[in-house]
Design a protein around this ligand. Sequence first.
Ligand code: ATP
Ligand code: MG
Length: 414
Amino acid sequence: MRISNLFTKTSKNIPSDEVSKNAQLLMRAGFVHKVMAGVYAYAPLGLRVLEKIKQIVREEMDSVGGQELIMSSLQKKETWETTGRWDDKAVDIWFKSKLKDGTEVGFAWSHEEAIIEMLKQYLESYKDLPMNVYQFQNKFRNELRSKSGIIRGREFVMKDMYSCSLDEEQHDKFYDDTIKAYNRVFERLGIGSDTYMTFASGGAFTQFSHEFQTICEAGEDTIYIHRQKNIAINEEVMDDASLANLGIKREELEKVKSAEVGNIFNFGTKKSEDMNFAYTNKEGKKQFVFLGSYGIGITRLMGVIVEKFSDEKGLVWPANIAPFKVYLVRIGGEAAVVSADKLYDELTGAGIEVIYDDREAHPGQKFADSELMGIPYRVTVSDRMLETNEYELVERRDGQKMLLTHDQLLAKLN
Ligand code: ATP
Ligand code: MG
């Protein structure tokens, strides 16, 4: 990607109505565009990050046998009436509209009921189970507050997975496998050591639900972490009974601010009974499907990663999800142009993702932009360095600087 072709531009101006650090930085660097409070568009740079996060999540969901699909954003009123969740009193974040003939429709804030309604038409016998499906899709929620940038959107991307099992035993195995898959996701995203499986309220079938909370000052939750046991408890269920139940002592816990990046629910057979989602067992008897639901906030994760790793110069992306690996800076005249063009072709030819600052701009501007965008490696080609046949490489994370020969540079970046 040549910067001269990129339609976004970096900007020093922070929009006055944007108070969150993640959105401010992402907007200044040209990764996201604010449409209105809680609604953001993803420009090419931001989209590349989003797609990389999704790909990591996708690989891990596939590893537990998930089948990817995509549901619709428009939903039927009747689908949600079966469980009493069409009512605004039951779900207060609905966006709703009407068809020309007056039929009411809703914009998907979740797909639990919609997916079950679809699966009902396909799953009939015990032979069809277990089965689990997932998707990445925009959710629409009329959130009351939206001051956390992309951490809380009114339109945001979620990965939601649903498991259908024969019974509790089959469900439990999948649930445990998914916890492991989630841990791998957070590990690969560079937030593994700061992300805790957290006991929270909202268990429909069990006493607790499980949330995955990442320590983050900009998060909206408060949790109590147990570093040794690597678990945490949400403030909302923090009482003596819960602590006793989990076998932990109050004085062993540390209070921290956090953001919920994912959660998993055991529905038992409650929802399948409400929606009459059943299969016939070996004996020909009708049984309700045992259900689980597993969410990850994709755009929220991106916001949390920005909050955690950025510094006074701008964004800092973990290598796995950086939009590009290398920011190539060109300084000088014709010789530098020829040499930088050649290096760009060579690196991209070797499969290395490079964003090439081919603008006629001041070196200081190029360096500042490379830092603002948070690209892991900055490589500079200049007239002066061409004389000694060297390239300068600077690591974004720690500012470490190296002068490398051509071969050393390629070895380092490969
Ligand atoms: P919260 O308590 O933060 O409102 P939730 O309990 O409503 O979250 P779910 O409905 O279970 O969350 O959604 C699954 C995941 O989607 C959450 O764990 C979170 O990471 C993400 N998420 C939820 N609401 C938003 C939002 N408004 N903007 C961005 N991500 C969100
Ligand atoms: Mg919510």
